[in-house]
Design a protein around this ligand. Sequence first.
Ligand code: NAP
Length: 254
Amino acid sequence: MNDLTGKTVLVTGGARGIGAETARRAVEAGANVVVTDVLEDEGKALAAGLGERARFMRHDVTSEEDWAAVAAFATAEFGGIDGLVNNAGISTGQPLETETVEHFRRVLDINLTGVFIGMKTAINAMKDNGGGSIVNISSAAGLMGLALTSSYGASKWGVRGLTKLAAVEQGTAKIRVNSVHPGMIYTPMTAQLGIQQGDGGYPNTPMGRVGEADEIAKAAVFLLSDDSSYVTGAELAVDGGWTTGPTVKYVMGQ
Ligand code: NAP
């Protein structure tokens, strides 16, 4: 199951958190992995620890030049790109009425335009290789109206929409495109927001716990692998049931 032997996978924002666990899982599944991030020290250390089938390259996902350089690097090192995990992102939380235009544009630049340039770059590379799989990391905030996420939520809804139309455009080119929607996952991003790991860490979810980065990584590896060969344009919520609706902790009348 979930074999990636012989495939080359690019993971953006892969120096830590969900991206790092995805890179780790992909190497374990047999892939060659190019980890990219703006965090150079963490990225280099991660790739060194993952062994000879892993590389690191500094990469700002908002830069077209950086994307071209990463694609050339992946081709020179491993012969092309078969899988892309568009994972890099930043999280924010302000009410819409106090969000600034400048900050809104910055969040969309990283979380949405970065994904757009990545898809464009990877699709061109994948066509040369006869197909591939793109996994866009959206969010539970891309499936519902999550308060205090005006810029972040807009970017993640945008990622979900881009995923759908790319899946339609690329279907016959054998390039599958899917989105993953993590719920509350324990990573450096959410630790900075005060989220606690494990049971009780996020009681809003039906499962009552915070998820682990590895639980998102396993979903991403499934979508990268040929085990999901007929899955495209799908949105996979990996959220402990958070987006199923309000969590009801009691039954009316009991
Ligand atoms: P994380 O720990 O902050 O990791 C994200 C990485 O992306 C960081 O190393 C970050 O570097 C990097 N990055 C930021 N801007 C970049 C840019 N312009 N170019 C390249 N890399 C950049 O976050 P995470 O929790 O693992 O989240 C990964 C993805 O999952 C994000 O897209 C996030 O929105 C999504 N997600 C996470 C959760 C959650 O609960 N953790 C839930 C839903 C969705 P800096 O530290 O310098 O910013």
